[in-house]
Design a protein around this ligand. Sequence first.
Ligand SMILES: N[C@@H](CCC(=O)N[C@@H](CS)C(=O)NCC(=O)O)C(=O)O
Length: 259
Amino acid sequence: MIGADRRGRAAVAVVLHQFRYSHYNDKARWALAWKGVRHERVSHLPGPHGPAIERLSGQRQTPVLVWDGEVIAGSGRIVDAVEARVAGRPLLPADAVARAAVDGWRREFDDTVGPAVRTVVFAAMIDHGGYLCRLFAEGRPVLTRAAYRAIFPLARGRIARANGVTDPDNVRRCAAVVEAAMARVADATAATGQLVGDAFTAADLTAAALLAPLVNPPHADMNRPRPMPPALDELVARWQSHAAGRWVADQYARHRPGG
Ligand SMILES: N[C@@H](CCC(=O)N[C@@H](CS)C(=O)NCC(=O)O)C(=O)O
């Protein structure tokens, strides 16, 4: 746990506004864990989250980090902010060539692979409202869970559109993006076990977190409860046995502090 920030202050007030089990959110959780930043988490329910996140950050997506009153929206900006504020255990290499390679992996995963993974995973669970509600409302009072489940059928269409699962061609296109990304990761990590050089960087953190929904790694933040919907079970079984799936699980085991 961190005792002081770069400016030497003893206590830092850090709050992460998040969705449970969400892969972009897990990038932020991972950066905070990697640097040992003590923080509070506020879990929002997808759907009803909009007004509160918009009031806080001027946009509607999670994760949003509040660090000593400064509001930082977006997982990439959060990783950079944590890196800039906390010395030690660097996530960004000092060497310019390595840094450009890390930035390239981050861009590709943030812009292309992350959304494709989300579409493929949502396609496997969109017709299982009870399971989706259980995931996102875990830990909430029973009345909140019941109310969330009751309104889900009304929100289903919007959730399906927002996650790109209404068009079967788009789901197929996203599955192809996932296939290509898994092949590239398996290939790129074969030599050293890491994407750039032989040390864990923001490239590994980004790729592993954004691929995690395919693999259900054994970490409390991303290990979805079972039983899962059958199509999701099949998807996870398939990717867990792929070399890139094993790499994701290994990154969580070796480089993700806490359990
Ligand atoms: N580019 C953003 C993407 C974040 C994102 O897609 N967040 C999703 C959850 S994984 C979200 O908040 N969706 C709700 C919405 O768009 O209203 C980042 O890197 O943080």
